[in-house]
Write a protein that binds this ligand. Structure first.
Ligand code: TYD
Length: 213
């Protein structure tokens, strides 16, 4: 079983992923939690190229190809082998991030994005995707709290976090579009509530779709 989590920066994905992992383990499942970009040795280098604010002037095409390269490595080296061992794999960000950030956000062509994504995912689509929905203002507030708690990768906001409001708005529209058009796979949850409220909604949504036991 392959489950992915999506949502804007600061929407609380990591906390909810931890909860789901604990829940599934209590049900007797073996669970692997992973993330994109950066969960392989090669991916860690790619992640730095993508997010380190010292790299200025990366073209949208280069950015999209780097995310695709990270995914090509991650799917083949980590995700598929774990699924073959019968594990549940929970991935923090996957294909819907690419659609929201590179296709909607960067406005790259569908032909280009479709082609590189096809080779990157190698046929692997999630059975279920949880999108945590949060307004840009609320996400910004949470990001600031996280930065103050020194959990951020860099001393300053990363390259994508530094993007302008219009870009973030397009990203949000991308997630909305995906949720509306792929509702059999995607569960959208309002992430503005408490951790417990959000978790209860995720659990109910996954059970409703028959994804969990
Ligand atoms: P990360 O710190 O992992 O974000 P978060 O903690 O919010 O999940 O940074 C990943 C960034 O990369 C995030 O801004 C979203 C972006 N991203 C893309 O633009 N395209 C992609 O395909 C993926 C996987 C992530």
């Amino acid at each position: 079983m392959f489950i992915t989590f999506e949502g804007p920066d600061g929407s609380g994905k990591s906390t909810q992923i931890r909860r789901l992992k604990e829940y599934l383990e209590q049900q007797g499942c073996q669970v692997l939690v992973t993330n994109e970009p950066g969960d392989t040795a090669i991916g860690a280098q790619i992640r730095d190229l993508l997010l380190n604010p010292i790299y200025k002037g990366i073209t949208p095409e280069t950015e999209a190809l780097l995310y695709a390269a990270d995914r090509a490595q991650h799917v083949r080296q980590v995700v598929k082998p774990a699924l073959a061992e019968g594990k549940v794999v929970i991935c923090d960000r996957y294909i819907d991030s690419t659609i929201a950030y590179q296709y909607f956000g960067r406005q790259l062509s569908g032909e280009f994005m479709g082609t590189i994504t096809k080779y990157a995912i190698d046929g692997l689509m999630p059975e279920a995707t949880v999108i945590l929905e949060l307004s840009p203002e609320a996400a910004e507030k949470r990001y600031t709290q996280r930065a103050q708690a020194k959990q951020a990768d860099y001393d300053v906001p990363d390259r994508l976090e530094q993007e302008r409001a219009e870009f973030k708005e397009r990203v949000n529209q991308g997630f909305k579009y995906m949720a509306e058009n792929y509702s059999h796979r995607i569960i959208t949850i309002d992430a503005s509530g408490t951790i417990d409220q959000v978790w209860d909604a995720i659990l109910a949504g996954l059970k409703e779709r028959g994804v969990l036991c």
